[in-house]
Design a protein around this ligand. Structure first.
Ligand code: ADP
Ligand code: MG
Length: 455
């Protein structure tokens, strides 16, 4: 696309923006997007380029499908809002994979199959004593899949980098060997696809899909807990792959023997290869992670600021990212440099809300009391409206009142995946806007959760 192309097409009168090129407008849109959604702002946004601008649709060219997926999942609405603010017109933004020559083959190969997070690479992973072994085993497996540690089993608490490492292995392996067939998915996805295959009478299709891969990577395998039929199916998948020397990589929140109601034969197989633990990171590692994450967002963070953030957020790396986002937001809205004082001011608000210690359990207590349902029902598979609505409201409130990830929220409510939580939040948001009674109920629940003493 020509850099000289005017943006007249955007403007119904054909004049206002004509002086600017699409590229100029686009770089303003990128800056505005970063300010609107600091949590997802990335330095590499600067390398994106407009592909087409037509009929109110701005198509952004991306180098690979992983980038397209990331932007569609996380940034569609902020890009669209930014585009509307910058141009003053009803523009919608979408993303497409328009790779440079060298990317073309890879993009085609991974399209629709491997969905990788662009940030989750080995080079973006900070290695420290808490994760050194896990990292080294992932690197080793990506160098020689099927031959080193098989299966490789990573475990550790939430937010310590398991998913990040799984994506990094897949990316590295696929970069090394373009022909390799890799299947990466959450265990919940595996179970759901299995159930669907049975319902549709297509078990054979499901089996051949999973038993014919070169590398099977399943995240959060603890989801198999108490699911006997899925365990049986996974057992046979495992055996087929293992006997054909195909690589299996699994992650979980606890070691194999501590996953509740997991068949003995699976526990023993999970221990056949290497079982490796990730511990909470030390202070030094946290400082390095803050710096790495700041760099990804294109921020300059001094040592004292990184040190300060690492002290404030100790248990989970997602907290570090939340702190960084809060600081970034204050810095961009006030146009200031990130000094220690600014970091302290930005995190003070956060600490106040953390001091209130709103946990998902607080939310569940208030919601179950209000709707007169039991926690076990919320966590069950029941889909009646009387259970679904309170469950979705819990998800919505947890999303708005805590800093837990979608994944963690889903975990508390019966091991549901992040798309279910996202869907629930959208649905409750719509109900809230459409129904004043629902709006009042939500406000009341929120008040009871945040100010329990005043009830
Ligand atoms: P888990 O799957 O164990 O719950 P994730 O892999 O989702 O955790 O990690 C949570 C966040 O923390 C991600 O943004 C990830 O990039 C980041 N993270 C975790 N460990 C590291 C690390 N050692 N270096 C850089 N980022 C990390
Ligand atoms: Mg994870």
């Amino acid at each position: 696309m020509s850099a000289e192309m005017p943006v007249g097409v955007l403007d119904s009168e054909g004049t206002v923006l004509a002086a600017k090129t699409v590229e100029e407008v686009f770089s303003q849109i990128v800056e505005r997007t970063k300010a609107l959604d600091p949590a997802n702002a990335r330095k590499w946004f600067d390398e994106l380029a407009p592909a087409r601008f037509n009929g109110g649709l701005l198509l952004v060219a991306c180098p690979d499908t992983a980038t397209v997926e990331f932007l569609r999942d996380n940034c569609s609405s902020s890009f669209t809002r930014a585009a509307q603010q910058v141009t003053g017109h009803l523009v919608t933004v979408d993303f497409e994979c328009l790779p440079a020559e060298s990317f073309a083959k890879k993009a085609q190969r991974t399209d629709g199959r491997l969905k990788l997070h662009p940030d989750y690479t080995f080079s973006n992973f900070v290695v420290g004593p808490s994760n050194r072994l896990a990292h080294a085993s992932c690197v080793a497996v990506s160098q020689s899949p099927g031959n080193t540690y098989n299966p490789l089993f990573l475990y550790g608490n939430s937010g310590l980098g398991k998913t990040h490492l799984l994506h990094a292995v897949c990316k590295e392996s696929s970069d090394k060997n373009g022909k390799m067939v890799i299947q990466l998915l959450s265990c919940e996805d595996f179970v759901n696809r299995f159930i669907r295959a049975i319902e549709q009478g297509n078990l054979a299709g499901f089996q051949s899909q999973f038993r014919s891969v070169d590398m099977l990577v399943i995240d959060d395998i603890q989801f198999l807990s108490e699911r006997e039929q899925s365990q049986e199916e996974f057992f046979h998948t495992f055996n087929t792959l293992y006997h054909n020397s195909k690589q299996i990589i699994l992650s979980a929140d606890s070691p194999p023997a501590e996953i509740p109601s997991l068949e003995e034969r699976l526990i023993s197989r999970f221990n056949w290869g290497l079982v490796t633990r990730i511990d909470p990171p030390s202070h030094d590692t946290r400082v390095a992670i803050v710096q790495k994450k700041a760099h990804l967002r294109g921020l300059d963070i001094s040592e004292p600021v990184a040190d300060y953030i690492a002290r404030k957020a100790q248990s989970n790396i997602r907290e570090l990212e939340g702190a960084l986002t809060a600081i970034y937001a204050v810095a961009t809205t006030t146009g200031s440099e990130i000094t220690l004082e600014l970091a302290q001011t930005a995190l003070n608000g956060q600490l106040e809300s953390a001091a209130r210690h709103i946990s998902i359990s607080d939310i569940i207590d208030v919601v179950t009391d209000h709707f007169d349902v039991r926690l076990a029902d919320l966590q069950s598979k029941k889909r009646s409206q009387s259970i679904t609505l309170p469950r979705q409201i819990c998800m919505y409130l947890a999303r708005n009142l805590t800093r837990h990830s979608l994944e963690e929220i889903g975990g508390h409510l019966g091991g549901r995946d992040h798309t279910t939580v996202m869907h629930a939040c959208g649905k409750v948001d719509n109900l809230k806007n459409a129904d004043p009674k629902m709006n009042a109920t939500l406000a009341d629940l929120e008040r009871r959760i945040t100010q329990p003493s005043k009830v």
